[in-house]
Ligand binder design. Structure first.
Ligand code: ATP
Ligand code: MG
Length: 565
């Protein structure tokens, strides 16, 4: 897979899209005196998912490309759902993806004091008021797209009364929900966001960073743009659903004293993937319901999950660069993401031998007790990977499905009476089989031809297939996990569907007792190798000898393209 707008390093070259054009225009007009500053602003209420990776690559990527900076800033304005574990995980994920945030991490909660001051400024200008209405009343009185809103009976409070009440809100004199601070804009505004939006709500809850300092917390719109302004962000990039919030973003900036030039908000299409959900709330449910062992389970489409699964960071960056910035929402195929993973792993992953579902073969004419070392190449396409030695002996394991007692037509692998090549080994011929009392095949008998040590027969006879194997006595045991689509539905949330209804019961298959070549006992945890003929596998980050199949070998993306014609 290659795309015209990515180089082998995955960095965009002269990429052009509406955002880059905008930045170039701002630079040449001197709008921000040559500054380019973006931010990635996660709320620490869950782990990051693959959709966030898109935003990270975009924001940090643009900063890199235009000699600017990008802040990793936590939008930590809701103490109910946020915590330090999520903060730590997010920092780790961003770094793993290959980006650093100016060596400093930013927090919205550091600005609570400044935001509060600005809120008093708005009150003093007659542009904000304390409303004693409860949240249902406020929402009813906002009206709808076709009905006008109604003014709150508290809308015309004096500046003095508003200041007094707001200060008492801040001092913790009121219970949750008793009052809110609202911007005073226009209850008949055609944009619903502008109908006197709530700026502060009362929440008598400790915050993971500010403790008990604040009984009031800013709402998203009041917080976000002001955070941008405080940090001197120039291009504030968010997803399309915030389109309607832009007017409010600007209104706040136009009515307070900013330390820098006014930042601008730009919207782009969020990344959606087939057979996947990219919503923290829905991912949280997978954890709560025990479908996943945690946010970083290899089954999860979180950044931590796919890292455990073996996805290289570069493959994710390349995928995001390939997709680029769009102005309208669409869903991308998960097969496309996987093909970036496969392509990258094909380049970087050494080859190894592993038998997932072992069937023993006894080679009867091979001397008992003898072990010979066979030379195996580590990468058929790249000599720099070198070679290694793997033991060969009288008893080996092959895959159960590389043998058929009654082979169907065109089945060229092992059956009684047939000769095949062992990869890096000899030709063997199956001579018989052993069954247990239940009729299951438990062992094969075979002979080998010592003349075929070089992988071919001196008399020129051919075999139609080559199978992999491991020597039985030296093999190491492992647990191997295979993954299928997490959701059977291509679009698990389409038309308001509950994704849990299409959860794939076979999303995960655990195979105990896989047999691996001995060198794999030394493989560092976190490393990914190709098990020849079965896929790419990652050695689990925490549990030794647990392997996750990252992706299979077949190019599903090409198949999908062909099918779509
Ligand atoms: P979720 O719906 O999963 O809770 P969110 O947007 O609420 O996501 P935030 O932590 O607020 O999560 O998001 C941080 C940043 O990531 C925001 O700028 C948001 O626009 C961006 N982002 C979130 N999801 C996606 C996505 N699927 N594609 C691109 N960007 C995304
Ligand atoms: Mg959010």
């Amino acid at each position: 897979m290659s795309s015209d707008d990515t180089t082998t390093s995955g960095e965009p070259t002269e990429a052009s899209d509406f955002l880059r054009e905008q930045i170039r225009a701002d630079l040449s007009a001197g709008t921000y005196q040559g500054r380019v500053k973006t931010r990635f602003p996660p709320e620490p209420n869950g782990f990051l998912h693959i959709g966030h990776a898109m935003s990270i690559c975009l924001n940090f990527g643009l900063a890199d490309e235009f000699d600017g900076t990008c802040n990793l800033r936590f939008d930590d304005t809701n103490p109910e759902t946020e915590n330090e574990e999520f903060v730590r995980a997010i920092i780790e994920d961003v770094e793993w993806l290959g980006f650093t945030s100016d060596d400093e991490v930013y927090y919205a909660s550091n600005y609570f004091g400044q935001m509060y001051q600005w809120a008093e400024d708005l009150i003093n200008k007659g542009l904000a008021y304390v409303d004693d209405s409860d949240s249902e009343t406020i929402s009813e009185m906002r009206g709808g797209f076709t009905t006008p809103g109604q003014d709150s009976p508290f809308r015309d409070r004096s500046i003095e009364e508003n200041l007094d009440l707001f200060r008492r809100m801040r001092a913790g004199e009121f219970a949750d929900g008793e009052r809110v601070l609202r911007a005073k804009i226009d209850m008949n505004h055609e944009n619903m966001q502008m109908r006197d939006p709530v700026m502060y709500r009362i929440r008598n809850l400790p915050h993971h960073r500010t403790g008990d300092d604040w009984p009031i917390y800013p709402n998203y719109d009041w917080a976000h743009g002001q955070e941008d302004a405080i940090e001197g962000v120039t291009h504030s990039i968010c997803t399309l659903e915030f389109d309607n919030n832009r007017e409010l973003y600007d209104w706040y900036h136009n009515n307070i004293d900013l330390p820098f030039e006014k930042p601008n908000q730009w919207e782009f299409a969020r990344l959606n993937l087939t057979h996947t959900v990219t919503s923290k709330r829905k991912l949280a449910q997978l954890v709560e319901d025990g479908i996943a062992a945690g946010w970083d389970d290899a089954i999860m489409p979180t950044i931590s999950g796919v890292r455990r699964r073996g996805f290289p960071a570069k493959a994710i960056r390349d995928f995001c660069a390939h997709i680029g910035v769009a102005k309208s929402n669409s869903v991308r195929e998960i097969e496309l993401l996987e093909s970036f993973v496969r392509d990258e792993l094909n380049t970087i992953a050494p080859r190894r031998s592993a038998v997932l579902r072992p069937l023993k073969v006894v080679i009867e004419n091979y001397p008992e007790g003898q072990v010979e070392m066979r030379e195996a190449v580590n990468h058929p396409g790249d000599e720099s990977f070198g070679t290694r030695e793997v033991p060969f002996s009288r008893e080996i394991y092959i895959e159960q499905d590389d043998f058929e007692e009654d082979p169907p037509p065109k089945y060229y692998r092992l059956t009684v009476g047939r000769e095949v090549r062992l990869r890096f080994g000899y030709f063997i011929t199956c001579t018989g089989l052993v069954k247990d009392d239940d009729g299951n095949i438990v062992e094969l008998r075979a002979t080998y031809d010592p003349e075929t040590s070089g992988g071919s027969a001196p008399d020129g006879r051919k075999v139609k297939s080559t199978i992999h194997w491991v020597s039985a006595a030296e093999a190491v045991d492992a647990t191997v996990v295979l993954y299928d689509r997490l959701f059977t539905a291509e679009h698990p949330t389409a038309d308001g569907a509950d994704p849990m209804d299409s959860l794939n019961p076979n999303a995960k298959e655990v195979i105990e007792g896989a047999k691996l070549e001995p060198s794999l006992a030394e493989l560092p945890q976190g490393d990914v190798v190709q098990f020849e003929r079965t896929g790419y596998f990652a050695h689990d980050l925490d549990t030794p000898m647990l392997f996750h199949r990252t992706v299979g070998l077949r190019d599903e993306w090409a198949r999908l393209q062909k099918r779509k014609g």
